[in-house]
Design a protein around this ligand. Structure first.
Ligand SMILES: Nc1ncnc2c1ncn2[C@@H]1O[C@H](COP(=O)(O)OP(=O)(O)OP(=O)(O)O)[C@@H](O)[C@H]1O
Length: 215
């Protein structure tokens, strides 16, 4: 099992519990959609799986590493070596070109592979855009760069939070197709937060959060 989330509880300071006894598993190479109403805790769960935040109790195990055992630098190392994130807001680095954005994570992870980056560039239709800056790209183009950047280090786990939420229908369909194809090509697992039943239906499995619990 690549990712095991076991009876996780999370409460933000001063708030009510956001996640209550949440458990789920994700196998290598499989795709899972996480759905639920606004405020149900989807992004919170994704951030915990990404080792970006800490949970109160329970355990999350990523590729045999229990996250509760890690300190800040251990979590940062795990993020670098095992997983990548794609967000609704693209989050490209504005001062870097497309080419530099594409290689940014792989360089951090010490996993640069020129052939693979060239393949990704071609596959994502970015070959003519390599010298541009993010502000001169459409939303769909920016998200394709973000996906390329995420996949450049060949993560075991891709975490995506509403990755097509800011795109029109055509760009959204293209971005989703490319992301699923790359995940399948690399054997990565995908955990994707979405409001869309249509998108969820494209993945292997769907889990719904309701009031901080899995339905
Ligand atoms: N950093 C934070 N501090 C305090 N409360 C937070 C924080 N982040 C999220 N919350 C609260 O936790 C609950 C769950 O938020 P979360 O963003 O996980 O929901 P979501 O299902 O992803 O929602 P949406 O679909 O609107 O993005 C909400 O009530 C939110 O206000």
């Amino acid at each position: 099992m690549l990712l095991t989330i076991d009876r996780v509880q999370k409460t933000y300071p001063g708030g009510r519990p956001v996640l209550r006894d949440v458990s789920l598993t994700l196998d290598e190479g499989r795709t899972l959609a996480l759905t639920g109403e606004s405020g149900s805790g989807k992004s919170t769960l994704l951030n915990l799986a990404a080792a970006l935040d800490c949970f109160d109790s329970g355990e999350i195990i990523l590729n045999r590493t229990p996250l509760s055992h890690l300190d800040d630098s251990g979590r940062a190392e795990l993020r670098r070596s095992q997983l990548s994130l794609v967000f609704q807001q693209f989050n490209l680095i504005p001062s870097l070109t497309v080419a530099q954005n594409l290689s940014f994570h792989a360089r951090l992870a010490d996993a640069e592979d020129a052939d693979w980056t060239a393949h990704l560039t071609e596959r994502l239709g970015l070959s003519d855009l390599l010298d541009r800056y993010p502000e001169n790209l459409s939303g769909g183009q920016q998200q394709r760069v973000a996906i390329g950047r995420a996949m450049a280090a060949r993560p075991k786990l891709l975490l995506a939070d509403e990755p097509t939420g800011n795109l029109d229908e055509t760009a959204s369909a293209r971005v989703l197709d490319l992301m699923l194809a790359l995940v399948a090509d690399t054997g990565a697992a995908l955990l994707l937060v979405t409001h869309s039943q249509q998108i969820a239906a494209r993945l292997d499995r769907t889990v719904q959060l309701c009031g901080g619990r899995i339905q």
